[in-house]
Design a protein around this ligand. Structure first.
Ligand code: F6R
Length: 361
């Protein structure tokens, strides 16, 4: 049942405020400025002894894990990174007893992730799951974890589950942070930011008519560049994947700081750039990147907290706490991918060559 929407993708994008509300519900502890995650199975003493966190996933879940790693590093100050589960399992990784492994998967059935979890468990590692489908294979194999509560996702391309997974990582990061060195006031600040998310998501969704117009303007591109820096970089990667999957337009994501090391050679009017420009301590750096692109006659679509003069168009999104901004900045670009695909007449819910869950090697 699409509930009045023409595709599941559109329905699932539209459901995100509700979905985020669901992942927050019943978990916030205002008294201690933290969150409770029932199934984590990680005692405070154990959480304090974790020296590293390695997040494993594929595709969109891997991108959510990249934002998750940044959130954990920022809020809990635990060195963290994300890696595609398939790469991890084929490179004979060093499995370290002080590392906490986190497997992330919407379906909970992705074979590469499951195989990585099984290999880690065989070697005695502690593995948590951040999973959407309750009782799925990865949820059962993991030592504990948290459900993402996005609800069923039918469209082959992931949207609401991406957003909810990132929010679930923000909860995990806050939880670990408050067991370690995150202050009460920072804990409160993050909680207030989390509570603002559903309302801000609805605000973004209201700008759909404007995004639809922009999507039509850019739909003739053969290729697009997506750039971001630090918090904006995984947002750019996910937005680029979304555009490729549903519109079949080639898109490539790059850290904005790497432009001058090669991709600037691509810039010309026929190669538009989508730039993630949050209003944080890197704003001036990001503006400088826009200037470099403009100087080479590149078209720029910015996703930012204020109108960017160097950009041809800006999609303005509401500001949250710096750490939580990536959760919101990807949402208009889901709509952008959707409307680009619609303008090109693509099979949005079932893009060619793709399956919802990849249970083979
Ligand atoms: C992209 C997409 C895929 C999945 C990937 C992992 O829109 O849906 O990239 O994210 O196949 O799937 P899960 O999260 O089920 O493990």
């Amino acid at each position: 049942d699409m509930g009045g929407h023409d595709t599941y993708m559109h329905k699932e994008i539209a459901e995100q405020a509700e979905a985020v509300d669901r992942v927050l519900r019943g978990r916030i502890d205002d008294r201690f400025a933290t969150v409770h995650l029932g199934g984590l199975n990680l005692e405070p003493g154990e959480a304090r002894r974790v020296r590293r966190i390695k997040i494993l996933g594929c595709g969109t879940s891997y991108h959510a894990g990249q934002i998750g790693a940044q959130l954990i590093e920022e809020l809990a100050r635990i060195p963290s990174d994300a890696e595609p589960a398939s790469e991890f399992r084929y490179r004979n990784p060093v499995v370290d007893p002080d590392t906490l492994y986190v497997a992330v998967s919407q379906s909970g059935e992705t074979y590469d992730v499951l195989a990585a979890v099984q290999e880690l468990k065989r070697k005695g590692a502690r593995v948590l799951g951040v999973v959407n489908v309750v009782g799925s294979a990865i949820a059962r194999e993991a030592d504990g974890g948290t459900y993402v509560h996005a609800g069923p996702e039918v469209c082959v391309v992931s949207t609401k589950c991406f957003t909810n997974t990132v929010v679930a990582f923000a909860l995990l990061a806050l939880h670990l942070g408050r067991i370690r060195d995150l202050s009460v006031s920072d804990g409160k600040r993050i909680i207030e930011g989390l509570r603002r998310l559903p309302g801000q998501i609805d605000e973004i969704l209201k700008t759909e008519p404007e995004i639809k117009k922009l999507a039509r303007e850019y739909a003739d591109a053969k290729s697009m560049l997506f750039i971001g820096r630090v918090r904006g970089y995984p947002v750019a990667r996910e937005a680029s994947l979304k555009l490729k999957e549903v519109s079949y337009i080639h898109a490539e994501a790059y850290p904005a700081s790497e432009l001058k090391h090669g991709p600037l050679a691509l810039i010309e009017p026929a190669m538009p750039t989508v730039a993630i420009v949050p209003d944080d301590d890197l704003l001036e750096k990001n503006r400088a990147a826009l200037e470099e692109i403009k100087a080479r006659s590149g078209r720029i679509l910015a996703v930012a907290h204020q109108v960017q003069e160097k950009a041809d168009h800006t999609i303005v999104v509401p500001k949250n706490e710096d750490e939580l901004d990536p959760i919101l900045m990807g949402i208009p670009l889901q709509l952008f991918a959707y409307h680009t695909a619609l303008a090109l007449g693509r099979d949005i819910d079932k893009p060619r060559n793709l399956a919802k869950s990849v249970t083979v090697e």
